[in-house]
Design a protein around this ligand. Sequence first.
Ligand code: SF4
Length: 409
Amino acid sequence: MKSIQGVYKIGNGPSSSHTVGPFRAARLFGARYPDADAFRVTLFGSLAFTGEGHGTGKAIRSGLPGAEVLFNRSEQDLPHPNTMLFEAFQGGKRIGSNRIFSIGGGSIRIENETSDDETEVYPQSNFSEIMHFCREHALNLPQFIYRMEDPSLRASLKTVWDAMQDSIRRGLSAEGILPGGLGVTRKAKLLYEKRCYNESADVTMNRVIAAYAYAVSEENADENIVVTAPTCGSCGVLPSVLYYMQHERGFPEAEILDALAVAGLIGNVIRTNASISGAECGCQAEIGSACSMTAAALASLYGMNTDQIEYAAEIAMEHNLGLTCDPVKGLVQIPCIERNAVAAMRAISSVNLSRFLYSTRKISFDEVVATMYRTGKDMSEKYRETSHGGLAAMYLAYNENDPAGSGVN
Ligand code: SF4
């Protein structure tokens, strides 16, 4: 497996596979053809269907200024649901091209090229192998991760955590309507400040964590800087719970960074053995993965053993299986923002169950990851980030008199 550093990418929202990945691809392709005087980029599949709402054209043009961006919504036979064709021209003549795939979480793969910018650091390829190694060497998960990774990991996690915290603070103080034309108002500040009379401690905790999740997700929807965890669409789940634990429960930052490392390891197992892309496997791959990473992080922060951490991650993923991706009007707003807050609550419940029931479990984390991948592959394309089904279609039918639900912007 590659370094967990690849799970956390700092960049502009609203979608890691639709903005962060295409931006990185544009920069890389532009650097290959410094003498080109024109570029054309054609987007296919999910990038073509939801690219406008997700800001793909803008991301590509900021990585490759002046590029012409085309949306091809008719091509069906694609090697990956997020396919881009980059072409470079000089004096009207094509001098080079690459098909590049945005494979989720801001990562990219260039067709027919094996190397990428992420390093292989783990000989293990799944969680059971990790567990075996940890038992053999009497290591807990953070100790295992620091033993395998480059010493720079800790500094990199600190940078990631600072960026996550910044996104919470900015989101909590911002107000107004999010861009895209859906008229969605920011709610993080309201949720954070709206204490109810006689509110119980549990409700306060849920409300405050939800406010943090809204804050990050609204920053993402507003195309501001967030950290993929493991994607932009699901970027609010993990920071919301960890921020609460540091600032309301007093866990020291060093332990938060260890928890972040454990979450990264879980995200890494998922992206290695399945997918973290909504276009490939639906929202179970994005929110399901974020929920699973957060459950593992929290269980680790609570000092639970590796079995309990694995079970917490398993529960969190299992009960997101089948979750579809159907963003209204192709924007990362409905259902995405609210879904981040709900997933944060679910991660906490998963930890509470795993604390007591881990010795009774029947399903391993690796099994549930394999199930998520197979379920995603069985899922109709309508539910994989095309905005052709589910809430996206029904919203248009109910609100814009478009029974076919075809009006993706
Ligand atoms: S529905 Fe889920 S997978 Fe789809 S864009 Fe929203 S957060 Fe991402």
